[in-house]
Design a protein around this ligand. Structure first.
Ligand code: NAP
Ligand code: G4F
Length: 338
């Protein structure tokens, strides 16, 4: 019998954690999800994975821990002895990071260091994936951005990610740990948190369409992002850890669209004119903005044979359809799918 591989995933309750857990369980992994204590239930994105009554040998196990608690990380790494570790946990909201810069750094920067130290201290042979971000490019000096583009972070979130990026690279070089940075550009889905702009738009649109909301308040509509589908991007994470050599990779679609274009695509899809509903509220502007991101993922294509499957219009429509279902379900109690 081939050995069942074990993966530890931090950030299991988040958007990417849920898609990655699904992906790994399908590949036959035993997945250990690190979750922090919450005063209310926060496992709705993964409930379908570990509450399936037809699945006898559940392949997803949740363990309590926190990236701010080194002892929990040491204990989990030593007892689980995972073959692969995916570090997806973070305070991941850029605007919020300006309000809680220290905490954002604690989790995103020092939390990564704590996990890398737990690996080093345990002496186990494992492979490590770090959720690095296109936000690190900030005020980018070139278009599109690739693995050699310099980082010019524009937020506490991005600065924390730059620190974590270099710690990951440093542990690879200093201690020969198989550690990879995935520099992922924005990726969205029906499971995206509702305070990120794409989901905020599709959720509001569904409510407007059902006449339970009249206005949508947004910030900078000129910002441009390279938006892909989260389900495609978790495959790239896994592929990085299957490659014979640890390395860093950009994961992106290569196309960039403004928030305004996202609005046009989403509202246009259901036959509405976004200009009638959207108002600008200054509170959603950031002290420093990242104006435009566009990634060049040709290295991932060449070495990992990875490319995105879902394009921009398909992504927008997938999110609008899903949120129409969510709102319909809330209003009429009919079955909706996420
Ligand atoms: P997300 O939905 O915000 O999920 C973040 C996860 O981190 C949640 O499970 C959250 O747990 C967990 N977390 C927060 N603080 C923690 C702590 N102190 N200890 C342990 N876990 C903690 O983010 P995502 O979109 O899935 O992104 C996953 C990772 O990729 C993040 O590191 C993000 O910064 C990075 N990233 C995302 C994108 C993107 O476009 N989505 C692009 C590049 C990089 P709770 O549920 O308890 O809050
Ligand atoms: O959806 P956003 O909040 O995503 P942002 O800032 O690009 O960060 C996301 O992607 C990063 C990868 O590049 C991740 F590392 C990070 O964890 C996160 O997942 O904002 C996108 C753009 C920004 O330019 C923002 O100013 O949309 C603009 N925007 C305009 N109005 C808004 C709003 N953003 C939010 N969240 N809310 C608004 O009302």
């Amino acid at each position: 019998m081939p050995k069942i591989k074990k993966a530890l995933v931090t950030g299991i309750t988040g958007q990417d954690g849920s898609y990655l857990a699904e992906f790994l369980v399908k590949k036959g992994y035993e997945v250990y999800g690190l979750m922090r204590r919450s005063s209310s239930f926060n496992t709705d994105r993964i409930d379908h994975l570990y509450q399936d009554p037809h699945e006898k040998n559940l392949r997803l196990k949740l363990v309590y821990g926190d990236l701010n608690d080194a002892s929990s990380l040491n204990h989990i790494v030593k007892t689980v002895k995972p073959d692969e570790i995916y570090n997806l946990g973070a305070q991941s909201h850029v605007k919020v990071s300006f309000s809680i810069p220290e905490y954002t750094g604690e989790v995103g920067a020092l939390g990564t260091t704590r996990l890398l130290e737990a690996i080093r201290d345990s002496g186990i042979k494992t492979k490590f994936y770090q959720a690095s971000s296109s936000e690190m490019y900030g005020n980018a000096s070139e278009f599109p951005q690739n693995e050699n583009t310099p980082f010019r972070p524009r937020s506490p979130y991005a600065a924390a990610k730059v620190y974590a990026y270099w710690m990951t690279a440093n542990y690879r070089e200093a201690y020969n740990i198989f550690a990879c940075n995935g520099v992922l550009f924005n990726h969205e889905s029906p499971r995206r948190g509702e305070t990120f702009v794409t989901r905020k738009i599709t959720m509001a649109l569904a409510r407007i369409r059902h006449k339970v909301q009249t206005k949508l308040y947004l910030g900078n509509l000129d910002a441009k992002r390279d938006w892909g589908f989260a389900g495609d991007y978790v495959e790239a994470m896994w592929l990085m850890l299957q490659h014979h050599e640890a390395d860093d990779y950009v994961v992106a679609t290569g196309e960039t669209y403004s928030v305004r274009q996202f609005l046009e695509e989403a509202f246009g899809y259901v036959g509405l004119n976004w200009k009638k509903y959207v108002e600008i509220d200054k509170k959603y502007f950031r002290p420093t903005e990242v104006d435009c991101l566009m990634g060049d993922s040709s290295k991932a294509k060449k070495l990992l044979n990875w490319k995105p499957k879902v394009n921009f219009p398909q992504l927008v429509r997938m999110m609008v359809d899903a949120d129409m279902n969510v709102v319909r379900k809330i209003l009429h109690g009919t079955k909706g799918k996420r």
